[in-house]
Design a binder for this molecule. Structure first.
Ligand SMILES: C[S@@+](CC[C@H](N)C(=O)[O-])C[C@H]1O[C@@H](n2cnc3c(N)ncnc32)[C@H](O)[C@@H]1O
Length: 460
């Protein structure tokens, strides 16, 4: 039986997942005060709410809102029917302006915690229309063959897809067609518990610039034998109804890990990649290529990075964590020479090809871990005038930052998707004579807690 005791609490802050945090004081059996700590999704700072216990816990309980006693002035009606259950967007109940203010504040707090001046953080640049911005989605099949997104906090449960307000409309329609085909053909979804079933994931990516779409269906068996007719039907249907799908792939994946990886790629229709464009450069994207997922705001990010980096034709530059060259190409076009370092070999192969196909011939790309790669590049390339880095969420780490400090580039542009690791990374540069000049947050992920920022750091 669930405990229907209710507690009136006030949200005092949001946690790193964007959920409200609150405490409630009550007396224990000995008459001593006892503190109950709650995490409450779908609440906003300073809101007073009546909650019940959704999920008990020793240290912190998950609260369920029974009534909003005093709502936040920026509370709004969420638009998506999947909101509250889907783990995708957690802030649809917050007016977009409020989300942006919170993101700016989050970056400022991360700087304060590391001893930097928060006034260096400019207001976050948001989107004019913060919907249907994503160019890539991954959906999962449930054992009953339905397809959708993972339920919030429960990776075993799948919410059947009806719509998605952050994915592009074209991509969602194509995904829904695949979901209907799977249902009509009664194809079994993969059961993670007993490792049985056929369909595992559907990855969809679309280029907003070229209109090309990729559909990659991950399955435990090849598209032959007893599945041949159904696969043929899917291929014909997609070719007929979705002419923009330039890549329809069947990815064989028998591995236990729940990831969109493939042991064999079968091209059912078109090619094994699609073309995309960003900031005027053309890119080939394979199913596993890392590429910015909000292309409109990614262009803003590139523009801001160029403004902060002020690249010059006489200068040498290093791009650490360069991926397929999203920043490398526009910077290389404005510098004398650019060296890019990235750990994923296929991304480096892609970066080389992208540079060539875009007529850029002053780049040198190295597939290496950043820590070793920076040493190799410095040895072959000499001291850079400008260095940019765009590490993953875990940050670059002290060893890489200290190597950057010792290399003494006169300007550094740091692009980050995690203000916390960003702030601790740049602190490492201070003893080497660097000064943080400004930080520009850019919102690439409306309705989620994530924020990207570009910053300018100079040698004093
Ligand atoms: C946030 S992405 C940025 C990619 C690129 N700048 C872009 O905008 O497309 C971070 C990149 O760092 C790469 N990476 C992760 N760990 C790395 C490491 N230890 N050394 C070098 N590159 C790494 C990832 O493969 C990924 O391409």
């Amino acid at each position: 039986m669930t405990d229907k005791t209710t507690y009136d609490v006030k949200v005092h802050r949001l946690d790193e997942k964007g959920f409200g945090q609150a405490v409630y004081w009550q007396e224990n059996e000995q008459g001593n005060p006892r503190k109950l700590k709650f995490t409450i999704p779908e609440t906003l700072p300073e809101e007073e709410v009546k909650i019940s216990i959704d999920r008990p816990g020793k240290r912190r309980m998950r609260g369920k809102v029974e009534k909003i006693i005093n709502p936040h002035p920026e509370r709004t009606e969420p638009l998506c029917p999947h909101f509250t259950r889907c783990g995708g967007c957690v802030w649809q109940h917050w007016q977009y302006e409020g989300q942006l203010k919170q993101k700016t504040e989050h970056v400022r707090q991360a700087l304060i915690s590391n001893g930097f001046d928060p006034s260096l953080v400019l207001d976050a640049i948001g989107m004019e229309n913060p919907w249907h911005y994503r160019n890539k989605m991954e959906f999962t099949f449930a054992p009953d063959g339905s397809m959708g997104l993972h339920e919030q906090g429960n990776f075993r449960k799948i919410i059947s897809l009806e719509t998605c307000l952050i994915a592009s409309k074209g991509m969602t329609e194509a995904a829904l067609a695949v979901a209907r085909w799977a249902k009509e053909n009664k194809l079994p979804g993969y059961d993670k518990q007993n490792h049985e079933g056929l369909l595992r994931h559907l990855m969809v990516r679309e280029s907003f610039a070229t209109g090309e779409i990729m559909l990659a269906l991950f399955a435990t068996e090849p598209p032959t034998g007893k599945w041949k007719d159904a696969v043929q039907q899917l291929t014909e249907q997609i070719e007929r109804d979705f002419p923009n799908v330039k890549s329809l792939l069947w990815m064989e994946n028998t591995l236990w890990a729940d990831r969109t990886q493939a042991e064999e790629v079968h091209v059912l229709s078109g090619r094994d990649f699609i073309y995309d464009e960003l900031s005027g450069y053309r890119y080939r994207l394979w199913f596993d290529t890392f590429f910015q997922t909000n292309p409109q705001q990614a262009e803003v990010l590139v523009e801001e990075a160029l403004k902060m980096g002020e690249p010059k034709k006489s200068e040498k530059m290093i791009d650490l964590f360069c991926g397929v060259g999203t920043f490398s190409l526009p910077f290389a076009a404005r510098t004398k020479a650019l060296a890019g370092v990235e750990i994923v070999e296929t991304s480096i192969a892609s970066a080389k090809r992208n540079a060539k196909e875009n007529g850029i011939d002053n780049t040198y790309f190295l597939a290496s871990d950043a820590r070793r790669g920076i040493d190799v590049v410095l040895e072959e390339f000499g001291r850079p005038d400008l260095l940019m880095l765009d590490p993953p969420r875990s940050g670059a780490g002290g060893k890489v930052m200290r190597r950057i400090g010792r290399a003494q580039p006169s300007r550094i542009v740091y692009v980050s998707c995690n203000p916390v690791t960003f702030a601790s990374d740049i602190k490492e540069l201070v003893p080497f004579g660097y000064e943080l000049k400004k930080v520009q947050p850019v919102d690439l992920f409306p309705h989620t807690v994530h924020v990207e920022c570009v910053s300018q750091i100079v040698l004093k």
